[in-house]
Unconditional design. Structure first.
Lengths: 446, 175
């Protein structure tokens, strides 16, 4: 009987099984940010075990609220900063060199096929795009991960998602993952690794694969995962090739080595769906649950107050290019507040160099600093009650971006179209110059 | 071991998420107790009013996929800060469930028909839950509607966490 990729990773990292269905795994990486880590650090200090298992395997970033917005978030940043210094964690990224955790760590080449990694953040599943097992954990698990370099999981069951056909023009990885979540539901993959396969994934960039894996948790998944291939090797080449750590002399050698980390053809799955992507159209969420997905065209005319382009889902350079292509030479609707947050400092620099930031600025967008920003409603773009946001993020929960606010999740191209129209609209609508319905009059003061 | 059981709070909905349990704007608090006043601040549910529904409650009863969303352990902490150490539901999101056991708290999965019966028969009454880890039984009791028993099924990991008080104490000595 063959094994899935997740089963292979579990088998190769097993420390012990203290109980039935409890796999304690050795960790290759532990990632940290300033919201969930300081409490773990404080507890370790209090217990008299202010240590880390291996400073080289721990990577840390200040990303959720950067710059700090108040004294409390300043203290959280300081706690992480001082800890990184005293523990000798060299890969620590602070303001001016930082970015959203799930964008910056892959950018630095920290994630490799076959790795196990955890972080105190539910979207850690993103890193599975590299053929790794990457899971979000709570503070207690994080604390033990920092101290001992292990974490416990249940049996690694896998839910297989075959993305068949090809993505039509104007349809993006975000639309594909929204379609998957709509199909299997918010708990459809609970306790399972979501394995993305098929020609659509094969043709997808690493950015696109990260968008898919990022939202695996929105279907309840423990980790997303894609099979490593030539695209993965290309991304990692600066780090694994002769110019980097020199682990491999050639890309062929790397590819051959990474082929260990693929599911066998006769592996068994706990669930499976296949989706014909050729039939997809731009999608959008409605309501407060990410599986509440409808065709964007059916929501045409829904008035919006803010557009947010960014986050670990869709704040990478490819996403910014996709949005800028729609915005090019146009200005956004006068009643819309447009905010774009390049996911990392490097994405920011690339967007600057490619003229993308200029497109955003001329269109009337505010360019915010790299980080989580409005995504979780802690800073930079909180909604007022009754306001609506067209967003490229991953969660539309009630109150997520501010109490009483409504978030519609969509691709960067669709978000850019909404910014231009002032209402929900497809990029094709905007390109055709289709005049979107007049925005409703602003309601009276609240 | 933490004390498990007590009066029930009925939250009749699927997919109650971590943002509803404790909104992100309070993730900058630096102590577990500081979360106490904010539990369920963004939860909008007919008949639920934080000021009157929460006091005296020790157990939450809910439907499917309770605790979905973020990895924040602030969710179980905010519950515990309010004296709630047990959640009974049809199913849980993985990280939330794990966080509960890591804190030595009980996330008890019971079949959908039991949950349905509990809501049908006990909603609106003053219901008390008794947890018996030796006989692995949950016993729900209210004056008006009598008692209902449901078997509790827990793995070795879960039992060890409840008995040892959580993953920290267990793992610290073992790895
Ligand atoms: S961008 Fe949003 S979802 Fe991603 S890590 Fe930051 S807060 Fe979480």
């Amino acid at each position: 009987m063959g094994q899935t990729l997740a089963e292979k990773i579990f088998a190769s990292h097993l420390v012990e099984m203290p109980f039935e269905n409890t796999w304690v795994l050795k960790l290759d990486r532990v990632f940290c940010h300033e919201i969930t880590t300081p409490i773990a650090i404080a507890d370790l200090v209090e217990r008299g075990v202010d240590r880390v298992f291996d400073p080289g395997r721990i990577k840390a970033v200040i990303d959720h609220v950067s710059p700090a917005k108040d004294s409390k978030t300043a203290e959280q940043g300081r706690a992480l900063r001082l800890w990184a210094r005293r523990q000798g964690i060299e890969d620590f990224f602070d303001i001016g060199r930082n970015g959203v955790c799930h964008a910056i760590f892959p950018e630095k080449g920290f994630v490799r096929p076959g790795y196990t990694l955890v972080m105190g953040d539910s979207h850690t599943c993103t890193h599975g795009a590299f053929g790794a097992f990457a899971a979000g954990v709570g503070t207690t698990d994080l604390e033990i991960a920092i101290l001992k370099g292990v974490c416990a999981f249940g049996k690694p069951e896998t839910f297989r998602v075959d993305l068949e056909g090809s993505l039509p023009a104007g349809v993006f990885p975000k639309d594909a993952i929204l379609a998957v979540i709509a199909k299997i539901g918010v708990a459809g993959a609970t306790n399972k690794v979501v394995e993305f396969r098929g020609p659509v994934v094969d043709a997808m960039s690493m950015e696109g694969r990260m968008t898919l894996c990022n939202m695996a948790v929105e279907a309840g998944g423990t980790s997303g995962v894609c099979m490593p291939d030539a695209t993965t090797v290309d991304w990692l080449w600066p780090f694994i090739g002769p110019a980097g750590e020199g682990e491999f002399a050639s890309k062929e050698e790397a590819l051959a080595d990474y082929s260990r980390w693929k599911s066998d053809d006769d592996a068994s799955y706990a669930g499976r769906i296949s989706l014909d992507c050729s039939a997809l159209e731009p999608l959008v969420t409605t309501g407060y649950s990410p599986d509440n997905v409808v065709p964007l065209r059916t929501m045409r005319g829904t008035r919006i107050d803010q557009v947010y382009i960014g986050s670990c889902t869709n704040g990478r350079i490819e996403d910014l290019r996709e949005a800028a292509a729609v915005l090019q030479g146009r200005t956004i609707h006068p009643q819309v507040r447009g905010i774009v947050s390049p996911a990392t400092q490097a994405v920011y620099a690339a967007a600057l160099e490619e003229g993308i930031l200029e497109t955003f600025l001329k269109a009337g967008f505010c360019v915010a600093s790299p980080g989580c920003g409005a995504c979780l409603g802690m800073s930079n773009g909180v909604l007022a009650s009754g306001e609506t946001c067209a967003s490229t993020t991953n969660r539309n929960f009630s109150g997520r971006m501010g109490r009483g606010g409504m978030i519609h999740l969509m691709s960067p191209a669709s978000a850019a179209a909404a910014a231009l129209a002032g209402t929900l609209a497809t990029a094709a609508d905007v390109a055709k110059g289709l005049s979107a319905p007049e925005p409703a009059k602003q309601e009276g003061t609240k | 071991m933490k004390e498990l059981g007590g009066r029930l709070l009925f939250l009749d909905r699927n997919d109650i998420n971590t943002d509803e349990i404790i909104p992100a704007r309070y993730l900058n608090e630096d102590s577990k107790l500081a979360l106490k006043p904010y539990l369920f601040e963004d939860l909008e549910l007919p008949g639920f009013d934080r000021t009157t529904s929460l006091p005296g409650k020790r157990v939450v009863l809910s439907r499917a996929n309770f605790g979905c969303g973020s990895s924040r352990e602030h969710a179980p902490w905010a519950l515990e800060a309010n004296g709630i150490r047990v959640v009974v539901a049809e199913s849980f999101a993985r990280i939330f469930r794990r966080n509960m056991y890591n804190c030595g708290m009980l996330a008890a999965e019971v079949p959908a028909r039991v949950v349905a019966e509990l809501f049908d028969r006990f909603s609106g009454t003053d219901t008390e839950l008794k947890v018996n880890l030796d006989s692995m039984l949950l016993r729900f009791e209210a004056k008006e509607t009598g008692a209902l028993e449901a078997p509790l099924s827990l793995g070795g990991f879960e039992l060890a966490m409840l008995r040892s008080g959580g993953w920290l104490d267990f793992a610290a000595t073992r790895y």
